[in-house]
Write a protein that binds this ligand. Structure first.
Ligand code: ZN
Length: 82
């Protein structure tokens, strides 16, 4: 009697379950870590934007010289073309 594996969608994962979405995750501009905006303990506002940090050390680094970290990885918020 030949063994037949049950026909199941083992390879197919429902959308959204495979990789972690970067929906509500902010990027710590200092160290690049992902920080959950809802649970972030350390945050700083600059130019109308809120930045989130993984640790008080990162926040302190940012507050000391924000321009060093702002706009490094992300495009400026005032783009002329979408
Ligand atoms: Zn950090």
């Amino acid at each position: 009697m030949p063994y037949l594996p049950p026909p199941g969608p083992l390879e197919t994962l429902p959308p959204g379950s495979a990789a972690k979405e970067v929906g509500d995750m902010a990027i710590d501009p200092v160290c690049g870590m992902q920080v959950d905006e809802e649970t972030a303990l350390y945050r700083s506002e600059r130019d109308g934007r809120t930045y989130y940090f993984c640790s008080p050390g990162c926040k302190r680094e940012f507050d000391r010289d924000p321009r060093k970290f702002i706009g490094r990885d992300e495009p400026p918020p005032h783009q002329h073309h979408a």
